[in-house]
Design a binder for this molecule. Structure first.
Ligand SMILES: Nc1ncnc2c1ncn2[C@@H]1O[C@H](COP(=O)(O)OP(=O)(O)OP(=O)(O)O)[C@@H](O)[C@H]1O
Ligand SMILES: [Mg+2]
Length: 253
């Protein structure tokens, strides 16, 4: 359905090593504006590695392949340039930053200037009002850290939002808060919002109760082994485990 529109993100033949060990062994992935993709895969398969590589964190050595974002070479950009270009991330384990308040991070995420009323509205939406003047993530509970990540992404409004296990360690009430925030960000109810795209890593799929995802992928052994309806893939994995991905030659690309 997208043959004539340029992709937002285009990953081709991506190989990534960490400390000399190859973790990603040839990833091909295309994401168009407006699409929400889901990334599944067993522990240690390289899901976080893929996201951190896209964000541009140090230590992830791209040894082969290309990544284009809106047609431009993403790999040539630094971390801050990628954020300004429109890539945002909610980390699996967000780092604590002593001396930097959540409010300040939201201001930076928004590009330096943000209406205090908008900060207040976002903080209300994801229930981080009491944390705005605290050092970001320092002593935040697991659920608070995840909601803080959502606040930062809502302030940034990236064109491509990457979510690394947004529901892990989050209680059922807060999964609804986080899920609604993701849905809000990706589906863009506000008139000013541009069409966005998302890539969501999940083990359980709980978050998909709140987010309409379009395409699911299974990362197995450093490669994308399967592609399909995200809920069907999760059902399959629950029934058969990830080992099926080894046997499933049909959907192997
Ligand atoms: N800094 C690092 N130094 C050495 N090895 C690393 C480093 N970061 C990641 N790895 C290794 O790379 C592999 C992939 O890790 P990654 O965090 O991408 O997995 P994942 O699919 O996100 O797993 P999980 O579902 O447990 O979050 C693992 O074997 C991990 O130990
Ligand atoms: Mg991970």
């Amino acid at each position: 359905m997208h043959e004539d529109t340029a992709p937002l993100l285009s990953i081709e033949g991506l190989h990534v090593s960490i400390g000399g060990r190859e973790v990603l062994r040839g990833i091909d992935l295309t994401i168009h504006a407006g699409e929400t993709h889901v990334l599944l895969g067993p522990n240690g398969s390289g899901k976080t590695t893929l996201l951190n590589t896209l964000v541009g964190l140090p230590g992830y050595d791209v040894t082969a392949g290309t990544v284009a974002f809106r047609g431009n070479n993403l790999l040539a950009l630094g971390v801050d340039e990628r954020a300004r270009a429109g890539i945002g991330v909610a980390f699996q384990r967000p780092p604590a930053v002593r001396g930097v308040k959540l409010r300040q991070v939201m201001e930076v995420a928004a590009g330096g200037a943000i209406d205090p009323e908008r900060v207040a509205a976002i903080a209300e939406e994801v229930d981080v009002v009491p944390m705005l003047e605290r050092d970001v993530n320092l002593g935040f509970s697991g659920g608070e850290a995840k909601r803080s990540e959502m606040a930062q992404l809502l302030a940034q409004e990236p064109e491509l939002a990457l979510f690394d296990e947004p529901e892990s360690g989050v209680d059922l009430d807060n999964i609804a808060v986080v899920g609604s925030a993701i849905s809000h960000l990706l589906k863009g109810e506000r008139a000013s919002e541009r069409p966005r795209a998302g890539l969501i890593i999940t083990h359980t799929g709980h978050i998909l109760q709140f987010v309409n995802a379009d395409i699911g992928h299974v990362l197995f052994d450093g490669q994308l082994a399967c592609e399909g309806n995200p809920l069907d893939l999760i059902d399959d994995i629950v029934s058969h485990g990830y080992e099926k991905c080894v046997e499933c030659a049909l959907c192997r690309r």
